[in-house]
Write a protein that binds this ligand. Sequence first.
Ligand code: ATP
Ligand code: MG
Ligand code: MG
Ligand code: MG
Length: 563
Amino acid sequence: MAQVQRMSRLMIKTLRDDPADAETLNHKLLVRAGYVRRTAAGIWTWLPLGKKVLENITRVVREEMDAIGGQEVLLPALLPKESYDASGRYHEYGDLLFKLKDRKGAEYLLGPTHEEIFTQVVKDQITSYKDLPVILYQIQTKYRDEARPRAGVLRGREFQMKDSYSFDTTDEGLIEAYRLHRAAYIRIFERLGLDHRIVSAVSGAMGGSASEEFLAPAPAGEDTFADCPACDYAANTEAVTFKATPVDGSAHGPVEELDTPDTPTIETLAAHLGVPASATLKNLLVKVDGEIVAVGVPGDREVDLGKLGEHLAPAVVELVTAEDFEGRADLVRGYVGPQGLEKVRYIADPRIAAGTAWITGANKPGTHAKDVVAGRDFEVDDYLDVVVVEAGDPCPKCGTGLKLDRAIEIGHIFQLGRKFADAFQLDVLGQNGKPVRVTMGSYGIGVSRAVAALAEQTADEQGLCWPREIAPADVHVVAAGKALQTELALDVAEKLAAAGVRVMVDDRAGVSPGVKFTDAELIGIPKILVAGRRSAEGVLELKDRRTGEREELTVDEAIARLT
Ligand code: ATP
Ligand code: MG
Ligand code: MG
Ligand code: MG
């Protein structure tokens, strides 16, 4: 039998006003409704109602992970630096890591994600191909020293993540584990009642190849995705892919001569590329006026930003990716002319071998292409990474103008391949007795972020409005009056609980019905059952939190309706 949650005994303090620092809906409402409390920037306390919501999400995630054969484990959050040195990510993550030392001076970090440690666990625990495939997962606190922790629990510096990792010996096995996760994620987000889109993504710091994000459309989101209204194409704008061939005669785009004697500085270039001025661009072929002026291949030569800068003024700059540019597309943000990035925004895709070029730029010293227009200057045939996309750009699949929307990244799935297995020499004995290198996938869900995403998508003017499975209770019974109403409210609450319904009852003495109604709307439990005026006749009012529909019911009718 479910317990009745009496509000008179619940630690909750609702607020009438938005917290001063809150900009987003979820932040305002979760604080005002008493779900969370800010402890420090990006660090949150989950109060009783918030913890319930978090637990409900965790339960759904756990059930669906178990259903695909995931085994739950719990790794530490405090991790030795060596593991992240071995993968190179101690350096790659940089300032995002919380770093600390123990009393003996040994170095540690607080885990931002756990590929390294899982790889080491499997290396230690699994020796034969017979013990694979394996999916391991955990639901755990992660730490990232985000530059701009904002929007409440949407972007915390401490947050809850479900992360899972698949291990197999074959590429087919990896594809299957990825497919299983993708299906599980769809079920999870459907059960959570989160409107979501699956979009192609760049793999970022993870490396690896196939990668998709689960995005929850919401204005508060920090991601922008391109969505085709005519076909199923959708991609994060960091990763929209086009393959384009220049249209004859306008390979360089229509060029407008501009009187701009200024040559771009390394700083402007670096700023536009989104890399530090001291950085080196790897894996690039840079052509100026058809001539290769710089080449960069990992472990070989590198393109020095200084050299690149020298060549910018003369005019046509062609950025061509080399074959093994894999995974570094994020370093290239487009051509930087003397006027800045302008509209030039197409780069070559890392998967296209060197030689497939996209040409941007100007054809005269001191000038630059002002406008590069899809269709007129190039044909879209297949794909090319586009870092900046504008609404109306042609869909790479069907040519229809793309729509742009804001969204919250709630999940992310990657085929990592052998990057981490290589770093830790993760091999198992194969069928023929020889060692085989393991291939991995990694899959994350922002569990605490999902609370914020749900709040963003479902709240209205009055407050939060949870889907039933996620709400802290199924029914909010309000005693709107004196002793009689309280008695009826408690009685019906007990009956509902006995039937397995999760009930919260507002039995607070000395709180006016008006305040109780406002609080019930703010807290957002899907059904509100009011013991009010007609309590003496045993008649209650049932209100649907979302639609606002009301109806009068007897106690028995109400119980029948709610169970
Ligand atoms: P973002 O682009 O929002 O910074 P990410 O791509 O860095 O997220 P991943 O490394 O893919 O995040 O982590 C898996 C999931 O963890 C994300 O899809 C997101 O739902 C969640 N997540 C990541 N960072 C945070 C954070 N700072 N606060 C809350 N949830 C987060
Ligand atoms: Mg991030
Ligand atoms: Mg992301
Ligand atoms: Mg991600």
